[in-house]
Design a protein around this ligand. Structure first.
Ligand code: HSE
Length: 411
């Protein structure tokens, strides 16, 4: 049984390295004595690579080769990944992908195609890097009704926020460092604007709640407007700020799904996932809460999940694993403004005492926050829980020049 790897970037090269390093044990675990890597599809040249003879620029070579039973897609992006993966599934080849954009956008279609062709389409590495999360939700927690999934799903932004929190580093300096370390996406706006987290929570929510949810339907905010002042207020409140992707089933059957920075209390398990680590909390009716924690980005952690999928495909070569989710449905996602939430607010004001009185009058029960060096023209507070739309209307009616509004979590 032979394998092709499409894309020799950070993840693809990690897959090749890990596969070759542990080849004997992988072969034994896969139960396929002849499991071997045959092609690496890549447009760039790697003349000094020890795998030089495996490189090809011709996708058709992989497609028409009947000995290739498993194709690994680590190219990233939608095109030509979508066309290549579809063609491989149609040709009866199992596909393993680490490509969250592909799965979040075309997951339903590709899973259906895999089903129709009695092959597997597996993507454990698409969320949480090396953390097992797709299989646990699909298999180990299968007896539960999943109520909520919430997590730190992007290593780059978590690294940046950790540096801002721990070392008072500015956002720009921390981003530069993350890029130097190779965590960030090619275009870091996918990380810092929350797009990467959005794709990942779509995948988890589709799996956990049963119907495909598209990134375009998700309210998504990034971390680029977070200031060191907000971090100081979060500390004084007893917590920190994390970029959270969250999906929760509501009483009306709709899904509350959102990506945004959030205040997280120090005692939360999500507060203590720092640097490039990810942490994903799943709430189920039988299990209560379970948290998955580990390296959410990087070459070998991500390759670890990809290679495990390769082994799974090899083991299930002649059968299809029961895996996937249903057709997208209209109005499945609730407007975030209809969902109750607590908000942290930092505002510029002109008169402290009269503004404080007005705020307490319009939003009774606010908790006022303090920080060292705050000027008398600054007011920060946390509101009680109320529908977000109504809270925002009240805020807009007050004499506040809003500088920051950040959601507050309850976990
Ligand atoms: N840029 C992504 C991250 C890579 O930082 O989490 C892993 O998906």
């Amino acid at each position: 049984m032979q394998i092709a790897v499409m894309g020799y970037g950070i993840v693809g090269s990690g897959v090749v390295e890990l596969f070759e390093k542990h080849k004997q044990s992988i072969i034994s675990k896969s139960t396929q004595n002849d499991l071997m890597l045959k092609y690496i599809l890549e447009i760039r040249d790697f003349p000094d690579s020890p795998y030089y003879s495996l490189f090809t620029k011709d996708f058709n070579k992989i497609l028409i080769d009947d000995d290739i039973k498993i194709v690994v897609e680590t190219m990233g992006g939608l095109n030509p990944a979508y066309e290549y993966v579809s063609a491989c599934l149609r040709a009866g080849k199992h596909v393993v992908s680490s490509n969250k954009e592909l799965v979040a956008t075309y997951g339903y279609e590709l899973l259906k195609l895999a089903d129709e062709n009695n092959v597997n389409f597996l993507f454990e590495a698409s969320v949480g890097g090396g953390i097992p999360i797709i299989r646990p939700i699909n298999q180990c927690l299968a007896a539960n009704e999943i109520d909520e999934i919430a997590g730190i799903l992007n290593g780059t932004t978590n690294f940046i926020l950790t540096k801002m929190f721990g070392e008072n580093m500015s956002f720009d300096d921390a981003l530069k460092l993350a890029q130097e370390k190779g965590f960030a996406e090619k275009d870091p706006s996918a990380d810092v604007d929350g797009i990467d987290s959005c794709r990942k929570i779509c995948i988890l929510a589709s799996l956990g709640f049963g119907n495909h949810i598209y990134p375009k339907d998700i309210h998504t905010e990034g971390i680029s407007s977070i200031k060191l002042e907000d971090i100081e207020y979060a500390k004084s409140w007893g917590g920190t700020i994390k970029l959270i992707g969250k999906a929760k089933i509501l009483d009306n059957g709709k899904i509350n799904i959102i990506v945004s920075p959030a205040f997280v209390q120090n005692h939360s398990q999500l507060a203590n996932a720092d640097d490039v680590f990810n942490a994903i909390l799943v709430r189920g009716d039988a299990i209560g809460e379970v948290v998955f924690y580990g390296r959410g980005a990087g070459k070998l952690p991500t390759a670890s999940a990809v290679v495990a999928d390769i082994i799974d495909c090899a083991k299930h070569n002649s059968g299809k694993k029961s895996f996937g989710w249903g057709i997208p449905i209209d109005n499945y996602v609730e407007n975030h403004l209809n969902v109750p939430v607590s908000l942290y607010v930092r505002a510029q004001i002109s008169d402290f005492l009269s503004t404080l009185a007005a705020v307490e009058d319009v939003i009774p029960g606010v908790v006022i926050l303090k920080r060292k060096d705050a000027g008398s023209d600054e007011l920060a507070f946390v509101t009680p829980v109320e529908k977000e739309g109504s809270l925002r209307e009240k805020l807009n009616s007050l004499p506040l020049n809003l500088l920051s509004v950040i959601r507050v979590t309850d976990y």
